[in-house]
Design a protein around this ligand. Structure first.
Ligand code: TMP
Length: 237
């Protein structure tokens, strides 16, 4: 691709973002750094950057084929990808198919319980505040998204869940829950950020073994092995 990498714009917990010679495009560079609990727990997951880059790109291309517009443009290398230069909507959208994590803590329901329908949650993206849970009224009242944008975001999140739940079931994995983010790009809302074992809960369908970042969050060991197993399941290695 005929673009040049320019200055670093941002370094987050798991990625660096660079400007390019095209103002409409950015380059993301995935790191092996891992954090949890809003950066309180820190570590390294060797090879994670490569896995999250390649898995995210595979999933974004699959979603595009199903009619979901995403920020994906082109994979440049194992860790680096060209994406559209979106303005991120300050919302984290979580879809849940199985009770786990903070939902289990908040409700007292056991991990593994299946709700009668997928649950969509909104969180306000703010590191200082630790990403507090909000509802759509908060998002509208404080101008974090318009009503039209929220409608697109919620409809798209449910569609992404339907597509991914089916895809992962086909490779023997329960898609327990996941987090996605959206961006504004030339007046449209499109899917952005990453979809990886950092941002999803994956359980082996038969054994319910955890194949995601919970192994790091909960000091369970076998973190790298779980990330590699997910790559193998989706046929990327
Ligand atoms: P939770 O149960 O801790 O709220 O997490 C729900 C899902 O969201 C889980 O798949 C992990 C993902 N997630 C992120 O991607 N980033 C975050 O900062 C948090 C808290 C969760």
């Amino acid at each position: 691709m005929d673009i040049e990498q320019k200055e670093q714009l941002y370094e987050g917990k798991a990625k660096k973002v660079f400007a390019t010679s095209d103002p409409d495009l950015l380059i993301v560079d995935y790191k092996d750094d891992a954090t949890a609990f809003n950066g309180v727990k820190r570590g390294t997951i060797v090879g994670k950057g490569v896995i999250n880059n390649r898995m995210t790109n595979y999933i974004m291309q699959m979603l595009e084929k199903e009619g979901v517009e995403t920020h994906y443009v082109e994979e440049l290398s194992d860790r680096r990808t060209v994406v559209k230069n979106v303005k991120i909507v300050p919302l984290e959208v979580i879809m849940r198919n199985v009770v786990a994590g903070s939902l289990s803590k908040r409700t007292g329901l056991p991990e593994g319980e299946i709700p009668s329908m997928p649950i969509l949650e909104l969180y306000y993206k703010s590191d200082e505040l630790g990403d507090p849970m909000i509802n759509s009224d908060h998002a509208l009242a404080f101008g974090w998204a318009t009503a039209d944008e929220l409608a697109v975001i919620e409809k798209t999140a449910r569609k992404v869940n339907d597509i991914l739940k089916k895809f992962f079931a086909g490779v023997g994995v329960d898609l327990v829950d996941f987090k996605i983010e959206f961006g504004r790009y030339h007046g449209k809302i499109i899917l952005a950020d990453e979809i990886s074992p950092d941002t999803c809960r994956f359980w082996d369908s038969k054994t319910k073994e955890k194949l995601d970042k919970d192994r790091f969050r909960r000091d369970m060991g076998g973190v790298e092995g779980a990330y590699h197993e997910m790559m193998r399941r989706i046929g990327l290695k």
